[in-house]
Design a protein around this ligand. Structure first.
Ligand code: FMN
Length: 353
């Protein structure tokens, strides 16, 4: 294997370890600025609250979505196995991490394809970077989809991370055109996804214009790739590493808070956060980091975590008198503080295509 390919793969293991062990969350999703109006007479039965959701013509048992995390190194396979088993058991959707490593080196494909083996019925989302899409075209996207029998493909935007990574791609020219071409050519739905800095109303409009089927906000306030890369740079202990560490720290509060459209993600930490994301207009809510640690531990730990998230969501629905998700979308909320200021005249959560 060439050095560059080995690097892509080893980086996947670095990311899992750093995310599980270090303090790499930063910022404020804005969820604290959002408050439901308590309904003291909810007139619904908490025992029969219906969490079923629909997204891209697919039915889900709950709006919780397992955000893209891993694959691409043999040491990551077990985590993907556990996440996929949970997706199958709970009837929820799941994204895999960037498939670049396996596209460069097919010997690593099983770290991704195992997800379809373990979750034959789940809605699975393939993953490729916008830069890799631009450089390798639809052929890589088709291979990524085929590798896991994906129901959709997420093209991730991670230019903050690229800017800080020593080996990062610093040229973003031509990515929007490549996304437009993919949407025209590929039969599988295309989701545009940020990885922790969020997607603004203007960028969302460009993406809808290019023909994407959905947007995953990947907003600021949860896992910070500036922080993750800053830890990696520090571990490298050379001069360049120290410079990049500073860059990572300086940019750790760069980004747009999570807000909502379609898949709300980035710093979603509880079932109550999910309820808020849905009330603002999201169809699903993605979580990565909160599911990583239990997935590294055991199936049981992951089940417990997901059960608690669902219980919190059900409680929030009960206390707003929402028997189903469409009721929750109508539940009255107060939007206060910085989130209110940022939303201003135009609520990005309610941009229509
Ligand atoms: C260990 C780890 C690896 C990740 N790898 C990817 C990736 O390969 N592709 C991607 O689109 N997002 C990736 N993400 C970003 C997540 O999908 C998500 O957008 C981000 O972590 C924000 O969600 P969170 O705050 O719930 O963690 C990764 C996140 C984590 C924690």
């Amino acid at each position: 294997m060439g050095d560059k390919k080995r690097f892509t793969s080893v980086r996947k293991l670095d990311h899992l370890r750093i995310c599980a062990e270090e303090a790499i969350e930063s910022g404020d999703t804005g969820f604290n600025d959002i408050r439901f109006v308590h309904n003291a007479l909810p007139e619904c039965d908490m025992g029969t609250i219906d969490l079923t959701a629909r997204f891209l013509n697919h039915a889900f048992s709950s709006p919780l979505f397992i955000s893209a995390m891993t694959g691409g190194h043999p040491g990551t396979k077990e985590v993907n196995v556990r996440l996929a088993r949970a997706a199958e058991r709970f009837g929820i959707g799941m994204g895999v991490g960037s498939q670049r490593a396996a596209l460069e080196n097919p010997a690593l494909e099983d770290t991704f394809s195992v997800v379809r083996d373990e979750a034959p019925h789940a809605f699975l989302v393939a993953n490729l970077g916008a830069v890799q899409l631009r450089d390798h075209g639809i052929e890589w996207a088709e291979r990524a989809v085929g590798m896991i029998g994906a129901d959709a493909i997420a093209i991730h935007l991670n230019f903050l991370q690229e800017a800080i990574q020593p080996e990062g791609d610093h040229n973003a020219l031509g990515c929007l055109a490549a996304i437009g071409e993919l949407c025209r050519e590929l039969r599988t739905p295309v989701i545009i996804k940020e990885t922790g800095c969020g997607i603004s109303a203007a960028t969302a409009r460009q993406c809808w214009g290019a023909g994407v089927s959905a947007i995953d906000i990947g907003g600021w306030g949860g896992t910070s790739w500036a922080a993750v890369e800053s830890v990696r740079a520090e571990e490298s202990r050379n001069l360049e590493g120290q410079r990049l560490k500073t860059l990572g720290k300086d940019f750790s509060d760069w980004g747009i808070p999570t807000g909502s459209p379609v898949i709300a993600s980035g710093g979603v930490r509880t079932g109550l956060d999910i309820a808020k994301g849905l009330a603002l207009g999201a169809s699903l809510c993605g979580m990565a980091l909160p599911l990583l640690k239990p997935a590294m531990e055991s199936d049981e730990a992951l089940d417990r975590t997901i059960d608690i998230i669902h219980q919190e969501l059900v409680a929030a629905m009960f206390l707003t008198g929402s028997a189903k998700l469409t009721d929750l979308k109508k539940a009255p909320v107060f939007i206060t503080g910085r989130t209110r200021q940022m939303i201003g005249k135009e609520n990005p959560a309610r941009i229509k295509r």
